[in-house]
Design a protein around this ligand. Structure first.
Ligand code: SAM
Length: 318
């Protein structure tokens, strides 16, 4: 059916993200020692503005995530929704910043692929085993569960199924929890993403949600981005919620979150540590400054908090 085709197209988007990150890290934009195990080859050259865009995305999200880990002193959980082949777990392990437990959720077929890579690549499996205390580690085709890392196959549009699976793997609603979605909600209808966001607000009393995705999609540049996604037959059900920074914030404020902020990536780029920005700007010559600006103006980071434990989560910012 059409919707199966659209879901399959969406599942392949995680490869794009990993391929682009692999290329950018090969150029020295940032370090990631694990990407090589998820995409073997560095692949074709990507335009400098794409590399800078990924740099801003990765640094921006990491900055907020690390600030949350600091506020909670790592006595928290992280749930990466639509994690794809993301490598954050291994970065946090390397940097000694692991939360109590790190959960990842994606479609079962994506999860099965990721588990296969983990099983067959010791640099990926060793950190998981090292953090695991008993000798029984759950390893199934669509789920891996250990003390500190858990990966679950589920459809994020089915919130009760998601809730059930996470609880089966010892999700603790009492722990401060960070939810992360990067380029995921855009593939779901506004009703579906709202119920996911509402579930998070209702499940955790102290939490932060970080969402990275498209914004300002109604102008001409935005329309071209939409057409590119359409050409790939991806579901674009969520574009409606990506109209403005206000609409990004609104959907959190309407679903039980206390605070919500949103910045477009041009702004994020200008508030990232400027010494490092100057370093990466020397890596490759960029001819089309305007193209970079347009690209960055069409993505945003939105973050929302609720803070019953008064950890100061509303102060987390750039
Ligand atoms: N977040 C990762 C990153 O930034 O590298 C992957 C981004 S990729 C563009 C989108 C991911 O969301 C894909 O892995 C896709 O399978 C997942 N996804 C989209 N809709 C989903 C749904 N309804 N249930 C589970 N996963 C979903």
């Amino acid at each position: 059916t059409d919707s199966d085709t659209a879901d399959e197209a969406v599942r392949t988007t995680c490869d794009d993200a990993t391929i682009c990150k692999r290329f950018a890290t090969s150029k020295g934009y940032w370090k990631d020692s694990c990407l090589q195990y998820f995409v073997r080859n560095v692949g074709e050259r990507k335009a400098p503005e794409i590399n800078r865009g990924y740099y801003a995305r990765v640094q921006g999200v990491n900055l907020l995530l690390d600030a949350f880990l600091k506020k909670t002193q790592c006595l928290c959980q992280v749930i990466n929704l639509g994690a794809g082949l993301d490598t954050t777990f291994w970065r946090l392990k390397e940097e000694n910043l692991l939360p109590r437990k790190f959960f990842e959720v994606d479609f079962p077929t994506v999860v099965a692929r990721k588990i296969h890579y983990i099983k067959t690549k010791p640099p990926l499996s060793k950190p998981i085993i090292d953090e695991h205390s008993s000798d029984t580690l759950l390893l199934e085709p669509h789920a891996l569960d250990s003390d500190r890392y858990c990966i679950i196959g589920a459809d994020l549009r089915d919130v009760s199924g998601l809730d059930e699976k996470l609880k089966k793997f010892q999700l603790d609603p009492e722990l401060p929890t960070l939810l992360l979605s990067e380029c995921v909600l855009v593939y779901m209808t506004p009703a579906q993403s709202s119920s996911l966001i509402r579930w998070a607000a209702e499940t955790f009393h102290t939490a932060m949600f970080i969402n990275y995705e498209q914004v300002n999609m109604s102008d001409r540049f935005g329309q071209v981005m939409v057409e590119n996604l359409q050409r790939r037959q991806c579901s674009l059900a969520g574009v409606e919620a990506c109209q403005s920074l206000d609409s990004q914030r609104e959907r959190f404020l309407k679903t039980g979150w206390e605070n919500a902020e949103a910045l477009d990536m041009m702004t994020v780029y200008s508030v990232l540590p400027q010494e490092d920005v100057a370093r990466i700007e020397r890596l490759e010559f960029l001819d089309e400054k305007e193209l970079l600006q347009q690209l960055l103006q069409h993505y945003c980071i939105c973050w929302a908090t609720k803070d019953k434990l008064s950890l100061g989560l509303s102060q987390v910012a750039f």
